[in-house]
Structure formats: structure tokens, C-alpha cells
Design a binder for this molecule. Structure first.
Ligand code: ATP
Ligand code: F6P
Ligand code: MG
Length: 460
């Protein structure tokens, strides 16, 4: 996926004429390893070979606009009303982002009115637009200590024009959308309707999801807190399985299409013998299949610990006509409903080991929402606060149709068109998966899988 400089540029509402409250502080700042000066940019690529592929001078190489305060801003802060909405699945840090946005807007930019729309994008419909709540530094003072989102969240489609009507009726000049891939698509949808009506409303996204399935960001906020919590369940099941004859410990973790939580939690717990993720198909049967490997492992070690992402092995349901343990169809946002791979593994492994004369002791944990409902840990708390600051600076400077993200440790602006262009997935040929294979000592593939779809490599 070759990207060009123009596809990384961010739309601006217009010329910045107002002095920023940061103008004096910024007046002497130069680019350094720890700061990107206004007007400088952050390279997309970070290896000599990747950069050389463009055979372009660095100023023409694809690069992101750096995030951060500007000397001049587009909006007059005294006349700005800002809106905030959180959408999609819960994620540690949502309240931290809300708190950071409110504090930066109210304290540093002296923005007088900030509205929180309730329960995701449905809070922008005609039916719910009057349920928006006023947000102040006092109201959000302590919310970062609790998981979830004080605004509520939801899934499900909304009419773009109806949402824009709400923004107009509530006098919103800047809209912050905190959401995942769906939320970023919704923000794009909203921006297109705003642009079609020639309105001067900035839309800035803060990418969110525990799955870490968003591209062009090092990691999505909340991901570290989520996989840290998931680690506890892997350790618990390892204790149980290792203390039982022919113990089989299985933990099913969230991760609809991307196996980052399973991979990182398994590496952190350092107790898994097998990790299964959506990106690497596997066969159950056959001499090199998963079941044969588990049998050999139990015979040799006495127990086995398996970490499986909920989106792994979905082809098994389709390919082998296996029962759809919790059916198909989609959720309200159009996300595919998954077959329950945890239950399928539990039943298949139990039957196989019993037939092999190894009466198993099964220990199965599906922590599901326990992983994403925790408060943000210290790392994510800082990350969320800094993303919020970047989002406010971007919006006040009239940037729109872009998300804030951290790319190779620098905070940058990523156009929605890129943020929604692809899914971030574990690259089976990448160094993260190599670490998983080195840690578990599992084979690179379990059995022969027909037409294995390779995860698109290139930019996440
Ligand atoms: N293609 C789209 N166009 C417009 N709106 C969308 C689109 N996809 C999703 N949305 C809306 O965005 C909101 C959030 O989407 P979704 O429920 O998929 O969660 P998400 O933002 O992807 O977060 P997560 O992946 O963490 O659950 C929903 O209200 C949904 O209707
Ligand atoms: O919140 P719901 O609708 O139960 O969806 C759960 C999904 O949301 C996520 O937490 C984030 O997309 C996924 O990991 C999980 O599959
Ligand atoms: Mg999503």
C-alpha cells in the first residue's frame, strides 16, 4: 500500500487569525527529538529501505502533520461550543479522554460551553438531542478513576443529516468523536454531511478500541489496560491446568478480527502453550492439526494452556458445517456476530483427549467484558490525556475530518480517509507473532489450511 504525501494531508476550515493561548510559549520552539515545531512533519516511514522506495527528497516523502498547540487558531474560543460523543464498545480510558478534552477546552482555551451527547451517536438524533449534558471541569474531576464512559455508548446506525441538524440546533462548532473503526466511519459520514451543507463545524476523532484494530497509530488507547487485565485470567487458568491431571486451560479473549489482546496478554503472562488468533487459520484434525499437537503436549507436559481470540477459527464453523454456537448475523452496527470458538475448542479437545485415553480436566474462562470495563492504567491514563490535548489543539486550529494518533511516538493528525482505510491486524510474518511463537514454542501452522488468506502486510 504505497501512500503519497497528499493522502496524508488534513483538511482545514480556513485561515487561523486568532492568537492562541500558547502563542508566547511556542514562539521560540524548534523541532527536537522530543518536539515537532509547527510546520514540520512526521515521516510515515522509519526505515532507510522503506524511505528509499519513494526515491523522493524527504520534504516530499509521505508524512503526517504533527499534532500540538499552534501560535494562531481558527476559532475564537470565546464563541465556541464543543460537543463530545463516545461510541462502540467500552474501552479503558474513555472517561480519561472526556476529562482531558473538557479540561483543555475550558481551562486553556476558555471555551465556555461543552456538551456531552448521550449513549453514542444515537444521542445526536432528534429524539435524543435534548438529553445532551453540560460538561465542566468540576463535573469531570474524578471520572478518570472509573471504567466505561459517563456519557454512555451504543451501536447502531444514525441518519447523517439528522445528526447535523442536531449540531446546528445545539450550536456546535467542534465535534469530538471518540470511537473505533465504526466510530471513525461515522465521523467521516458526519463530516461529509457537514461539508455538503457548507457548515463551519470541525470534526476530530479520537481513535478508540481495545482490539487495537485501527491503523496509523502505534496502539489505540485502552489496549494496554485491557490486555493487562486479560493477563490475570491466563495466569489463573495456567494455575488450574498445571495442578490437574491432563489439565486443559482455555481463555477466550476479545478481538473480533485482530489478535493483539491474545498475543500481548499471552506474552505478558508468559504461561501460554498455544495462542490462536483470527489472522492465522488452523486445522483441528490431521497429524499436524491442533488436536494432535494438544494430545502430544498433554502426554509430554501433563497439561496445556491455550489462549484464543474470539475471532479465531471462524472458518471452522463455515468449512466443517459445525454448529453455529451462537449464530451469525450482525450487531446493530453491522459487525459480524462470531461463532463461539471457545466452546468449539472446549468440546473438540475434550472429545479428542478422552478418545486418546487422556481423560482431561477442562478449565475454561471467558472473561469477556471484565477485560474492557476496567479503568485505565497509568500508561493509558497519560496517553488518553495527551490524545485529548492533541484533539483540542487540532480542532481549535480549524483542522477537521481527521483523528489524532501517536505514530512512532509522535502525536500526529491522521485523515479519516486513512484511519478508515484498513484494519490493523497481527502480521503473521511480523516480529510480534514471531515473539509469540518463540514464547509458546507452538508450530507456525497447525495442519494444512486451504487457501490461507494472508493478512495484507504493509502499513497497519
Ligand atoms: N460505515 C459506517 N457509516 C456510518 N456510521 C457507522 C459506520 N460503521 C459504524 N458506524 C457507527 O459508528 C458507531 C460505532 O460503531 P461500532 O458499533 O462498530 O463500534 P466502533 O466505533 O467500531 O468501536 P469498537 O470497535 O471499539 O466496538 C455506531 O453508532 C455505528 O452506527
Ligand atoms: O460490545 P459488544 O456489542 O458486546 O461487542 C463486543 C465487541 O466489542 C469489542 O470489545 C470492541 O470492538 C470487541 O473486542 C468485541 O468483540
Ligand atoms: Mg469496531
Amino acid at each position: 500500500m504505497t501512500l503519497h504525501l497528499d493522502s496524508l494531508r488534513v483538511r482545514r476550515l480556513g485561515e487561523c487569525r486568532y492568537d492562541s493561548p500558547f502563542s508566547e510559549m511556542l514562539s521560540t520552539k524548534q523541532t527536537s527529538p522530543h518536539y515537532v515545531a509547527e510546520g514540520d512533519r512526521v515521516l510515515l516511514e522509519d526505515t532507510v529501505s522503506m524511505l528509499a522506495e519513494h526515491s523522493l527528497p524527504s520534504v516530499q516523502a509521505p508524512s503526517f502533520e504533527a499534532a500540538g498547540p499552534r501560535r494562531k487558531i481558527y476559532f475564537d474560543p470565546a464563541r465556541v461550543t464543543a460537543g463530545i460523543v463516545t461510541c462502540g464498545g467500552l474501552c479503558p480510558g474513555l472517561n480519561n479522554v472526556i476529562r482531558g478534552l473538557v479540561q483543555e477546552l475550558a481551562v486553556h482555551y476558555q471555551v465556555k460551553r461543552i456538551l456531552g451527547f448521550r449513549n453514542g451517536l444515537q444521542g445526536l438524533t432528534a429524539e435524543n438531542r435534548d438529553t445532551a449534558v453540560e460538561l465542566t471541569p468540576e463535573r469531570v474531576r474524578e471520572i478518570h478513576n472509573v471504567g466505561g464512559t459517563i456519557l454512555g455508548s451504543s451501536r447502531g446506525g444514525q441518519d447523517a443529516d439528522e445528526m447535523v441538524d442536531t449540531l446546528v440546533m445545539r450550536g456546535i462548532d467542534i465535534m469530538f468523536v471518540i470511537g473505533g473503526d465504526g466510530g471513525m466511519r461515522a465521523a467521516t459520514f458526519l463530516s461529509e454531511a457537514i461539508r455538503a451543507r457548507g457548515l463551519d463545524i470541525a470534526v476530530i476523532g479520537v481513535p478508540k478500541t481495545i482490539d487495537n484494530d485501527l491503523p496509523f497509530t502505534d496502539q489505540s488507547f485502552g489496549f494496554q489496560s485491557a490486555f493487562a487485565r486479560a493477563t490475570d485470567f491466563i495466569s489463573a487458568v495456567a494455575v488450574e491446568a498445571s495442578a490437574s491431571p491432563n489439565g486443559v486451560g482455555i481463555v477466550k479473549l476479545m478481538g473480533r478480527h485482530s489478535g493483539f489482546i491474545a498475543s500481548y496478554a499471552a506474552l505478558a503472562a508468559n504461561a501460554a502453550d498455544i495462542v490462536l488468533i483470527p489472522e492465522v487459520p488452523f486445522a483441528l484434525d490431521g497429524p499436524d492439526g491442533l488436536l494432535a499437537h494438544i494430545e502430544n503436549h498433554v502426554r509430554a507436559k501433563g497439561f496445556v494452556v491455550i489462549v484464543v481470540a474470539e475471532g479465531a477459527g471462524q472458518d471452522l464453523f463455515d468449512r466443517h458445517g459445525l454448529p453455529q454456537l451462537n449464530g451469525r448475523g450482525t450487531d446493530a452496527s453491522g459487525n459480524l456476530k462470531l461463532g463461539n470458538i471457545g466452546e468449539l475448542l472446549k468440546e473438540s479437545i475434550s472429545a479428542h483427549l478422552t478418545a486418546a485415553g487422556l481423560a482431561p480436566t477442562m478449565r475454561y474462562i471467558d472473561p469477556s467484558y471484565a477485560v474492557r470495563s476496567v479503568a485505565a492504567n497509568a500508561y493509558d491514563s497519560v496517553y488518553c490525556l495527551r490524545l485529548a490535548h492533541a484533539a483540542v489543539h487540532a480542532a481549535m486550529a480549524g483542522r477537521t475530518e481527521a483523528a489524532v494518533a501517536r505514530w512512532r511516538r509522535r502525536f500526529v493528525h491522521v485523515p479519516f480517509s486513512l484511519m478508515t482505510s484498513r484494519r490493523n491486524q497481527v502480521d503473521p510474518d511480523g516480529d510480534l507473532w514471531m515473539s509469540v511463537l518463540e514464547t509458546t514454542c507452538q508450530p507456525a501452522e497447525f495442519g494444512w489450511v486451504p487457501d490461507r488468506e494472508r493478512v495484507p502486510t504493509g502499513f497497519c
